[in-house]
Design a protein around this ligand. Structure first.
Ligand SMILES: [Zn+2]
Length: 251
């Protein structure tokens, strides 16, 4: 396998020009390359390079976190406006525009192919914007916390919030979760996912009693057993963290 600063040698094709970021060029230069696969997506060819490299661990912060994964929680917890500000309206408008144009052209005619290229460009832009946001957020989480305990995705609960549901449809929280997971591994942090049936909201974090009377609209509740007041989201995230730590220590 041969990769120079500008060209990559592929089986069958020989040397081909490629483009990537400075950061990745440096990585390619300094790592052992295992293999390369090529895929075509959106009218473009991508070489996926599997490398062996040393990743420097991030320093420990002494802070741990339990995450009840909803979009609102993510935004407030990390004080990141990234998701809230993720504006894809231009990309979506252009994608729609070119989709319409494509439908009116003769399939695979010259004009069709020209329009297809423009269409692909905007699809790429949209996807890249989302991906960059994910990378940014996942890195921030891993930088700030040593143990990251997360609840399994509760898609149904998340879509009940109308204000956020449109943005949630645009992004895939599953992808974000996978990024947090592998980055935690890379950077020497601990990621743990707890069972989706674990009663993180209904359990009182003070005495452990399960409150079966808890309804979704109740943002605050008084524990019938110990009389302490629980703030719904805070109670849930502390329970998620404690459960994560319990699992880690029993391993
Ligand atoms: Zn209690």
């Amino acid at each position: 396998m041969k990769i120079s600063n500008r060209r990559i040698r592929l089986a069958k094709l020989g040397y081909v020009h490629y483009r990537t970021s400075k950061e990745y060029k440096k990585l390619l230069k300094n790592s052992k390359i295992n293999n390369v696969t090529v895929k075509k997506e959106n009218g473009k060819y991508y070489a996926i390079v599997n490398v062996v490299t040393e990743v420097e661990e991030l320093k420990k912060t002494g802070e741990n976190i339990g995450i009840d994964l909803g979009l609102k929680t993510l935004v407030t917890l990390f004080n990141t406006q990234e998701i809230a500000n993720l504006d894809l309206s231009q990309e979506e408008a252009m994608i729609k525009k070119y989709q319409k144009k494509l439908s009116r052209k003769k399939y695979m005619s010259k004009n069709y192919q020209k329009t297809l290229k423009k269409y692909h460009k905007w699809v790429d832009r949209k996807n890249n914007k989302i991906k960059n946001t994910y990378h940014h957020i996942s890195k921030k989480i891993v930088e700030n916390y040593d143990i990251i305990s997360m609840e399994d995705l509760n898609i149904k609960g998340m879509f009940q919030n109308k204000k956020w549901s449109h943005k949630l449809q645009q992004i895939s929280l599953y992808t974000l979760l996978q990024m947090i997971k592998y980055k935690a591994e890379w950077y020497g942090k601990k990621f743990i996912q707890i069972d989706r049936y674990y009663p993180s909201s209904k359990k009182c974090r003070h005495c452990g009693k399960i409150n079966h009377e808890l309804k979704l609209h109740m943002r605050k509740w008084k524990c019938p057993n110990c009389n302490k007041i629980n703030h719904r989201d805070i109670n849930a995230s502390i329970n998620i963290l404690n459960e994560g730590i319990r699992i880690i220590s029993s391993e």
